[in-house]
Each structure stands twice: as C-alpha cells, then as structure tokens.
Design a protein around this ligand. Structure first.
Ligand SMILES: C[S@@+](CC[C@H](N)C(=O)[O-])C[C@H]1O[C@@H](n2cnc3c(N)ncnc32)[C@H](O)[C@@H]1O
Length: 503
C-alpha cells in the first residue's frame, strides 16, 4: 500500500511534505527499543507524522492490544491518512487528519515515536508561526535555518506525560551545524537525553532521501546536572557496533556531537594549526540561476553582450578537467570552456540606455529567473555577490575517490576567474600571502599538503550524509588541522634565517 500511495505522487511533491516512509524492519527495532524504556503499565502512543503508520504497525506487532491504552496518529495529508484510517479501522488507533504544528496539545502520551518530515527551512510554510509556537512550548527560539523536524521534536514535549519516552528518527545533521545548537540545548536542559544512535551512512536506511539518520531518545523529566548519555554508532539500536557513555559536561563544551562515540573528548589546551590560521574560506557565489547568468564566450559574442559587465568564472567541478588552472596574460583561465558570469549592478534604466542588448537579454529572464527564491531576495536581481578570484578551490561535496581515498579536491587557481557555490573559495590571509611572496616555491608544497590531508580529518570536522557522501562547510574546512603547513613555514623560514646569518 505504501508503494502504491508513494507512486501516486512525484518525488517533488513528497519532498514538500517530507513523505519518506520508515522501512518496516527499522520501525520495528525502534519501537521495540522504545517499549523497553517504558516503565511497567499501558502504552499511550503518539505518532505526530503518521504516514500510513509504520511505527503503529510495529507497535501492534510487538505489544498485545490490551497493553495499548490509547494510540493517536496525526497526518496532514489525506492521501496517506485516508487509506491509513481504513487500514487500521479495527485497531485502537485514533487518526487525526491535521497539522501537528497547529493542533492543541494533549500532554498524555507516554510513548512518542516519530519519523518527522525533513522539510528544509526555506520550504516550511508558515515558518514564523511555527517558530513562535516552538518557543512557547519549549522556551527555545530555534534558528531560522532549522528544518521542520527540529520544530516537531521540540514541540512534542507538550504532548508528553511526565516521565514519558520519545524516540525521534531524524537526520544527524543537527549534531554538527549551527542551527543545531538550540536543539542540543533543548536535549541537555529541557529533557533527560538518554541515547543517540547514529546509523552507518554507508548502510543507507532510506533509499529515496539522502540523509544519515540518527535516533534520539529522551524522557520527559528534568535532567540531573551530572550524568552521561549513551552515544552509539552502526549496527542496530539493540546491538550497535560501538557504544560509549559521554558525560553531559563534555556534551556541553563540544560543538560537534558527531565525533561521539567514535572519538572521545578533544584534548584540551594544545592548539594544533588549522587551515583557518592561514586561509579564509568562503562559499562560492550563489547566482540564483547559473544557466541564465553564466554564458559561454561564443554565446556572449552571438548575443552581442558587453564584455565589460561579465567576468570569467570557472566551470563546475565535473567539467573542470584540470587540477591547476593556468591563466593567459589578461588573467582569463586557459580552459576548454570559456565561461563568463554577468556581474552588473547598474540600475535597469541605465542598462536600457547604455547596453540595449543586455537589457533585451535581461528581459528574457524577468518572469522566470528574477522570481526565483534567491534573485527575489537580492536588491538588484541580476547583480552578484563580490567574490575575488580564490587562490585555491575545494570541491566540497564528494564521495571518497577510490584512487586517492580523498573525498575533496583542492585546485590551484592562477587566473582571475571567480567561482560559484559548487566550490569553496580559499583565500590566503595576510600572513600566508607574505609567506608565499617570500617563498614562492612553497606554493606547490602548500597545495600538496592540502591534497594529502588525511580523509579522517574531514570526517571529524565535516558531515557525512547517506551513502558516504561528505560535505564540508567553510567554517568546518577552516577547522581542519594542518600541522604540516606550520612545519613547512617553520622549516622554510628557519632555512631563510640560517641563510641570512651565514656570513
Ligand atoms: C517522514 S514521513 C513518516 C511517515 C511514517 N510515520 C513513517 O515512518 O513511515 C513524515 C510524514 O509526516 C507528514 N507531515 C508533514 N507535515 C506534517 C504536519 N505539519 N503535520 C502532520 N503530519 C505532517 C507527511 O505527510 C508524511 O506522511
């Protein structure tokens, strides 16, 4: 039935409401674990994002009907809620077709199990209203970047009986990213966090959504100040590959919870040189419409567009078949495809007079590109952020490459071309610039060090998604340890010192 209902919708429609069901075996192990945490007594069960009822089905498989005092399922979409109501008609569940973030809470459930919708922040309808309600319910003002699943989890406490248990199957991303800070605060201060289990992302739980999943277990009770939380990884909830007790004092001071349980607490005190000591990293330009704003050189000429309002830009990583970008005398990259990015902040009235052909081109995107999410938020829809040509670029999303075992590529750029957000742009800071001016021969050594960074360091600082896909954010890249660069500088400058002192 699930497959049939899913096939009645497009993937885009399902993404809008985060409609990806929990495989039955996974739902089974989660519910079984939750039942084990419950004290003796009858179950009052709630799934606030029911779908067709994967968790309720597991509950029925594992508990006697007599053990179920009450069960409620909430589901916003009648496409799933309707058939689910028919399917479970002869069982104790009450299904409400409605929006969990709008219904009045009833604090009577002692077992909440939920795989909430993973809707990204910019796609949440009525986000402000939901944020306000989360704040009212939990006292926590979630970041505007938090996904809908965070709001579901924080709002759920108002539905829990004292001492009740909740298990949330959610993306593990919150453990590391900035918007997760308040979620972690909630887990440490508002409830008694019991366990966080992360599934091994190479063992993808959801074939159709690219996420690495974790199950968070907590009890609705004031937490004791000093205690430990079980972090586990891999295998199954009942038999993880690794498990470790992490004191909450360590959780409070650690910003990246994904290091647990594979790694212990960070060594205190000693500062190890990191990329951010030598470089500033920024995301490349988000144009809001690469196909429109980026043009091949011949197309530019064909349309008679003015070269002075375009600047060279590098092709995306897949089309860049070199590791070192050389430049011609004008600073243009010497590459097979010569691409240019429209980079013009002149007002429309001036463009009409000065560059009529550009104006005609802009008109072709006025109803489409200009109305996109990003362009609409810009002051002038066809202007671009300032981003100088970086010295290095990093392809920041990748899988381990079999040949080199590296998930990320560092590319050396000698040209004046800028980059889009398929890259991280890496700029030397003033100390590094000075070093490279004094020791130009070291440029290749620095580049080499970057390309040799132990993949484990990216795993520690970056994030791992389902299927082993890795991603690293600018701030994460800047935290990657590079003691080798420190050593290189010390050796090069030491050698220079020795030369100077030689009579
Ligand atoms: C990730 S699916 C989980 C479905 C099911 N519980 C399972 O585990 O297979 C999330 C479900 O939440 C529903 N949903 C999305 N937004 C909702 C809302 N605001 N209130 C209630 N349900 C919602 C979606 O329609 C979808 O069926």
């Amino acid at each position: 039935m699930q497959a049939e209902l899913d096939s009645g919708k497009t993937i885009a429609q399902r993404r809008e409401l985060g409609q990806f069901s929990t495989p039955s075996a996974l739902a089974g192990e989660i519910v079984s674990f939750g039942l084990g945490l419950l004290p003796e007594g009858r179950v009052r069960f709630l799934d606030p994002a029911l779908g067709t009822g994967a968790f309720y089905s597991a509950l029925l498989r594992q508990a006697e009907e007599a053990q179920i005092e009450h069960a409620t399922g909430i589901e916003i979409d009648a496409h799933y809620a309707g058939p689910a109501t028919e399917l479970w008609a002869d069982t104790p569940i009450h299904i409400t077709i409605g929006d969990f973030t709008e219904l009045p809470p009833e604090d009577r459930y002692n077992l909440i199990v939920c795989n909430p919708p993973y809707v990204r922040h910019h796609l949440i309808g009525g986000k402000e209203r939901i944020r306000i309600r989360t704040k009212q319910f939990s006292g926590i003002d979630l970041s505007g970047l938090a996904g809908l699943y965070c709001h579901f989890m924080l709002q759920s406490v108002k539905w829990m009986a004292p001492g009740g248990i909740a298990g949330w199957l959610i993306p593990s991303e919150f453990m590391d990213v900035n918007y997760g800070r308040e979620v972690k605060k909630f887990l440490l201060e508002n409830v008694e966090l019991l366990r966080i289990h992360r599934y091994n992302p190479n063992n993808v739980q959801f074939h159709d959504a690219l996420v690495s999943s974790a199950v968070i277990w907590f009890r609705n009770r004031n937490p004791a100040a000093e205690r430990a939380v079980t972090f586990s990884y891999g295998g199954q909830l009942a038999s993880p590959d690794i498990s470790r007790e992490i004191p909450v004092s360590e959780l409070r001071s650690e910003t990246k919870w994904s290091r647990f349980p594979l790694k212990g607490a960070r060594a205190q005190g000693a500062h190890m040189a990191v990329l951010g000591d030598y470089f500033t990293v920024k995301r490349g330009i988000a144009t809001g419409g690469n196909n429109f704003f980026i043009l091949e050189k011949n197309r530019l000429e064909e349309l008679g567009l003015p070269r002075e309002v375009f600047r060279p830009v590098l092709p995306n990583a897949r089309r860049l078949n070199t590791e070192e970008i050389l430049a011609d005398a004008l600073g243009n990259p010497i590459l097979e495809s010569e691409l240019f990015l429209l980079d013009c902040a002149l007002p429309e009235s001036e463009i009409q007079v000065k560059f009529p052909k550009l104006w005609a081109y802009l008109l072709t995107g006025k109803d489409t590109v200009a109305n996109g999410y990003l362009c609409k938020s810009k002051k002038c829809w066809y202007s671009q952020e300032r981003r100088e040509a970086p010295l290095f670029l990093c392809t920041y999303m990748g899988r381990e490459r079999r040949r080199s075992n590296q998930a990320f590529r560092f590319i050396l750029n000698h040209s004046d071309a800028t980059v889009t957000n398929c890259y991280l742009a890496i700029y030397p800071n003033s100390a590094m610039k000075r070093f490279l001016q004094g020791h130009p021969e070291s440029l290749y050594a620095v580049w080499n060090i970057m390309n040799q960074i132990d993949p484990q360091r990216f795993i520690d600082e970056g994030r791992v998604y389902g299927g082993g896909l890795r991603k690293v954010e600018p701030s994460e890249l800047m935290r990657i340890p590079v003691p080798e660069i420190e050593k290189l500088i010390m050796e090069a400058e030491g050698a220079a010192d020795r030369l100077e002192k030689t009579p």
